[in-house]
Design a protein around this ligand. Structure first.
Ligand code: 6PG
Length: 252
């Protein structure tokens, strides 16, 4: 697994650099297999990146018709709810670009029970990526944020979802950070099948979590934070962080 870090002074600089990296991966993926399969994340850090991708100087630089969009996690609220990750991505990116709506795959939160939603989303992932029933879809790029408790997607420390080895998508209880709602999350088998993982992290309040996620050192009582376990077998991990997030890593 290839791992690297890019450090920036501001979130805007970070988001612009991450947008360039995403377009690079998209171009490569489309040239290589005619499609670009990306999984989005929620949170305020990712929202700025989506706005950059939707901006005039970026939205004309990729073939949106070749994009297929998934979510690495979702809150179990209506897609129109202010806490919906789909809703946030729709408002900040998808509503502003000529993407093929048949290739946008929100988590089917209207199905009701969490386990049913997770099971159906796993089916959607396999079916829309042409993956055999017992296979694991290899998304080209998974975007992830990092919580100050070391969670990523909705894999919260101590939650059984972190240890899941069979299911690709599971329901999870609320973590300790808002919004305190039930969620659906990709599990490590799905995340670690990705070609590229890109984390976006900003803020001094994430510095301890970043050090644990990058170096695998404990965070309080947590021996290994979930974000450290995102280690794609044949893929790369690229951290886009701001200088304050790096402040606890003495090497920087
Ligand atoms: C979610 C996200 C979550 C988020 C991190 C960082 O549904 O909440 O997927 O993993 O990316 O909590 O969020 P912030 O960027 O808002 O700190």
């Amino acid at each position: 697994m290839r791992k690297n870090v890019s450090i920036f002074d501001t979130l805007d600089e970070l988001s612009t650099a991450a947008a360039e990296e995403i377009l690079r991966i998209a171009t490569f993926s489309i040239e290589e297999h005619g499609a670009f399969r990306i999984s989005l994340a929620g949170g305020s850090t990712l929202r700025r990146l989506y706005q950059v991708l939707a901006s005039a100087q970026y939205r004309s630089r990729t073939n949106w018709a070749a994009w297929s969009v998934y979510w690495g996690d979702e809150r179990l609220v209506p897609l129109s709810h202010p806490d919906s990750n789909y809703g946030m991505a729709r408002k900040s990116l998808l509503a502003h670009v000529p993407i093929d709506e048949n290739n946008v795959h929100p988590v089917p939160v209207s199905l009701g029970d969490g386990w049913l939603i997770a099971d159906e989303y796993e089916h959607i992932l396999r079916e829309t990526t042409g993956t055999p029933t017992n296979g694991v879809p290899a998304l080209d790029l998974v975007l992830l944020g990092l919580g100050r408790d070391g969670h990523t997607a909705s894999l919260f420390p101590g939650n059984p979802a972190v240890d899941e080895t069979e299911c690709l998508v599971v329901e999870t209880a609320p973590g300790s950070l808002p919004p305190l709602v039930e969620r659906i999350t990709a599990t490590l088998p799905l995340l670690n099948a990705a070609g590229h993982i890109v984390f976006l992290v900003t803020g001094e309040d994430k510095a301890e979590a970043f050090r644990s996620a990058y170096r695998g050192v404990p965070l309080g009582e947590v021996a290994q934070v979930p974000a450290y376990l995102v280690r794609p077998v044949d893929g790369s991990v690229h951290w886009f962080i701001t200088r304050d997030t790096a402040s606890k890593c003495s090497a920087w």
